[in-house]
Ligand binder design. Structure first.
Ligand SMILES: Cc1cc2nc3c(=O)[nH]c(=O)nc-3n(C[C@H](O)[C@H](O)[C@H](O)COP(=O)(O)OP(=O)(O)OC[C@H]3O[C@@H](n4cnc5c(N)ncnc54)[C@H](O)[C@@H]3O)c2cc1C
Length: 522
């Protein structure tokens, strides 16, 4: 018994799901988005603690400059009307701190190269060649994502890097261990040790931010809010607190979904923005999967998980030397080893091997109160250690879990204090999210933060495809093309274009106003 019918049902309202929903609704489809959480947006959602706003998975976004890819999506879907971005410190959107050494990454390829050469004059030639290759590899990755395979095959300089690691790439061009560590300093944006990450993905991360980094004014949730306005305007619908329990198949063709309350909603197409693990194993069911897909799901590796520490600070962060750039903090230059530790439970028991720190209120003061500041601090950890608590209800876990959270928070705060002496004395509020929190809010398998990991044989089209083996079932999100707001959004556009049998750019016809960009540093 079907209660209603749509052209397309989208499972999940992450960046990918909402982009697909808006594109399809603007193309005239009758669209329903089902979101299990009480707020929309997936990792773009923000939340408040005692009135202080924090972000979950949006700290800095690239490719929002004129003519760049994500900006084209926002302007082309008309959502630029409801979005403003703040540009992070153009002289240092990322501060790479390695032991006592600091390297600030400036906006602009030439400025970045110039600063590297100033510090490492003996490596000037390798630096030039590396940046040439990074751009080359990235443009070929984009061609591959757009299914222009021949372009890659015709590019003998980039092709070999598609079977090599990010670590291989950096090592090939530069020798100095500290310089190598700097060039691997953004590894946290994929979460893998250099020896494991695909060279193409590491190149993509550097290139993604190279022309500047931005934060949405009002927090990550404004992205979902802008998308939802556009969806509503195009007569699309979202249902929150609406978990999909099953994708209904008729002879291997998706024909609708069953919700957790038993309601059946029928559609001509389904797009899943949920994790592929749940989409295939749970929503479709193992018995319906081909042997090939079952084997892929068995072998696939998920990105690591994280601790997310949210702090309110009662002191002037600028006086402490912080600015709107992010801080990647490493105890030493052995980046390989530090990220290997992030795949284990090391950071449960020790001071974090790697930390990412971002001063939310210095990027966007719009939700600060009483001159207090918000800091978001992250470190990496495997899910395994937390399995023992996965069957306890969120918010009611036992004393051991609560004590452990306290210990982990204190370790992270000690490391923070080491970098910014005295900061711990000014903390007036703290809250820690664990891998179980990630599962609870996003239903991310093993609390993963970036979908499947982007190791050499899982990156880009080697991950999950937007088209699935089931007719009328498509996928989008961070386990398809790549992760990050830009690529999850693009994956939604591609899923919509495949469903409509058109080109992605055909769906970007709304002529939204030029995206407004303000500066964090005034
Ligand atoms: C800690 C952290 C920091 C990050 N920082 C950045 C950053 O600074 N910049 C950047 O570009 N990227 C960042 N990312 C990555 C980026 O946030 C993600 O790659 C991207 O948002 C993922 O989008 P998605 O389309 O895959 O959907 P997701 O955000 O994964 O959302 C999936 C949605 O599906 C819903 N869902 C799942 N199952 C069901 C079901 N059965 N029924 C209904 N709904 C369901 C979930 O509730 C969720 O809302 C970060 C990620 C994390 C975790």
């Amino acid at each position: 018994m079907f209660s209603s019918t749509y052209d397309t049902i989208i499972i999940g309202s992450g960046a990918g799901g909402l982009t697909a929903a808006v594109a399809l609704a603007q193309a005239g489809q009758n669209v329903l988005v089902c979101e299990q959480h009480e707020v929309p947006g997936g990792w773009t959602h923000s939340f408040t603690l005692e009135g202080y706003r924090f972000n979950t998975g949006v700290h800095y976004i690239g490719e929002l400059g004129e003519g760049e890819r994500l900006r084209k999506i926002y302007e082309g879907l008309g959502v630029s009307n409801d979005l403003t971005f703040l540009e992070l410190n153009p002289d240092a959107y990322d501060h790479i701190l390695i032991g006592d050494y600091q390297f600030d990454i400036p906006k602009g390829k030439e400025a970045f190269i110039h600063r590297l050469k100033e510090r490492f004059p003996d490596e000037a030639k390798g630096i030039d060649l590396l940046f040439e290759q990074l751009a080359n590899i990235y443009s070929q990755l984009l061609n591959v994502i757009d299914e222009k395979w021949f372009s890659l095959l015709r590019c003998p300089t980039a092709l070999p890097w598609f079977t090599k690691s990010g670590g291989d790439l950096i090592k090939h061009y530069v020798k100095n261990p500290l310089l190598r560590a700097i060039l691997l300093g953004q590894c946290g944006a994929h979460g893998l040790p250099p020896s494991q990450v695909s060279a193409a993905i590491h190149a993509a991360i550097i290139q993604h931010y190279i022309e500047g980094a931005y934060h949405p004014l009002g927090g990550g949730m404004t992205i979902a809010r802008a998308m939802l306005r556009a969806l509503k305007k195009a007569n699309g619908t979202i249902r929150l607190n609406t978990s999909v329990n099953e994708i209904i198949l008729d002879k291997q063709r998706a024909i609708g979904v069953r919700l957790s309350n038993g309601e059946i909603v029928r559609s001509k197409h389904v797009i899943s923005n949920a994790d592929p693990y749940f989409t295939f194993n749970k929503l479709i069911g193992k018995t319906n999967l081909s042997r090939k897909l079952k084997s892929k799901l068995k072998k696939v590796r998920w990105s690591t998980s994280c601790f997310s520490l949210y702090l309110v600070i009662d002191c002037d962060l600028r006086k402490m030397g912080l600015d709107s750039g992010n801080y990647w903090i490493y105890s030493n230059e052995n980046i390989e080893q530090l990220y290997q530790l992030g795949l284990t439970d090391y950071n449960v028991h020790n001071l974090p091997a790697v930390m990412f720190v971002t001063a939310t209120s210095l990027k966007d003061p719009s939700k600060s109160k009483s001159n207090h500041h918000q800091l978001e601090v992250f470190s990496f950890v495997s899910y395994d250690f937390f399995k023992r608590w996965e069957n306890q209800v969120s918010g009611q876990r036992d004393a051991e879990y609560i004590q452990l959270k306290e210990k982990i928070s204190n370790n992270m705060i000690s490391s923070l204090d080491h970098r910014f002496p005295g900061i711990s004395k000014s903390i007036i509020l703290k809250e820690l999210g664990t891998p179980l929190t990630n599962y609870h809010y996003i239903k991310a398998h093993r609390g993963n933060i970036y979908g499947i990991d982007k190791s050499i044989w899982q990156a880009g089209p080697l991950g999950f495809r937007n088209r699935t083996e089931f007719k009328d079932l498509y996928m989008c999100g961070s386990s398809t093309l790549a992760h990050g707001i830009a690529y999850a959004s693009y994956s939604g556009l591609i899923a919509a274009s495949k469903l409509l049998r058109c080109r992605p750019m055909d769906l970007l016809k709304q002529n939204g106003p030029e995206l407004e960009i303000l500066q964090c540093e005034r």
